[in-house]
Ligand binder design. Structure first.
Ligand SMILES: [Mg+2]
Length: 277
């Protein structure tokens, strides 16, 4: 049953998290350490009081909005490399993988989806993406940084990774632009696989390698903004927190029965979605 979270009532605990997180607030990518200076990565021994060991974030519509830079970069690359204007008109981007979108474009326009055409397209795409991000008004969604700080401040914080339909370099360009890239310790991308469910399986594998022990599905929390994020979380038996900030409306997400559903990150505390059995 989907839980719709309201603003947390446990303001005392919440406040202490904010204070504990303040040592790295505003400094992206700093890994929390204990008093002896050791990295506070999750450990198997601590599982008795912490359930989620890996949190996997979608990017577009979940962490950030690019003001249309991503879609425009697709269009510019289609036009520049293949001389096809308005190439994005018949594509639906939300929740899709970059490689799947490029393949659909090739097929719609009777171009061969060859490795060479994929390479030509993505070489151009990342150039345009990097350029257009400086021209459009994007940002990080409200509450994202606070939520990340709360994850770091949990006792035995989970590893933080990406599960995205972006190609890796595209993800890096977008997240570096918003100073978020260094937050993430692992991830799986559209150039790993075209199918989002397979990307999820890879993210789980890499998370297990990072933590040096196999992850059970219930030890993974996926966070995303579309029914496809919910679907790929289910594909690896992970929990799913849906945020209605991007590609799907609140009611649409609710119909897909995520474990948690919120309007945005200001409506959820990390411990609410990482500490339950
Ligand atoms: Mg998304």
């Amino acid at each position: 049953m989907t839980k719709q979270l309201s603003p947390a009532s446990d303001s005392v605990i919440c406040h202490s998290f904010v204070l504990r997180a303040s040592s790295f607030a505003g400094i992206p990518g700093v890994v929390p350490r204990d008093r002896a200076g050791q990295r506070c990565l999750p450990s198997v021994e601590r599982l008795d009081w912490r359930v989620v060991r890996l949190v996997l974030f979608d990017i577009d519509g979940t962490l950030i909005y690019t003001g249309g830079a991503g879609v425009k970069a697709f269009g510019c690359a289609f036009a520049a490399e293949f001389n096809i204007p308005n190439g994005t008109e018949r594509l639906k981007f939300s929740g899709r993988t970059d490689t799947g979108l490029a393949r659909e474009f090739f097929l719609q326009n009777r171009l061969e989806p060859s490795p060479e055409n994929f390479r030509r397209f993505f070489d151009s795409y990342v150039f345009w993406l990097d350029h257009l991000l400086t021209q459009t008004r994007g940002g990080v969604f409200p509450g994202v940084w606070q939520f990340i700080h709360e994850l770091h401040a949990l006792p035995g914080p989970p590893a933080i990774g990406l599960l995205t339909g972006n190609i890796r370099l595209g993800a890096e360009i977008k997240l570096r632009h918003f100073e978020l890239w260094e937050v993430f310790q692992t991830g799986a991308f559209a150039d790993d696989h075209e199918d989002r469910n397979q990307i999820a399986a890879l993210a789980r594998q890499r998370g297990s390698r990072l933590l040096d022990s196999p992850l059970r599905g219930e030890e993974i929390l996926v966070i995303g903004d579309t029914p496809r994020d919910i679907e790929c979380a289910r594909a690896i038996d992970a929990k799913i927190l849906a945020v209605a900030t991007g590609g799907a409306r609140f009611d649409e997400l609710k119909a897909h029965h995520p474990d948690w559903l919120v309007e945005d990150f200001t409506k959820v505390k990390a411990k609410e979605v990482c500490s339950e059995g």
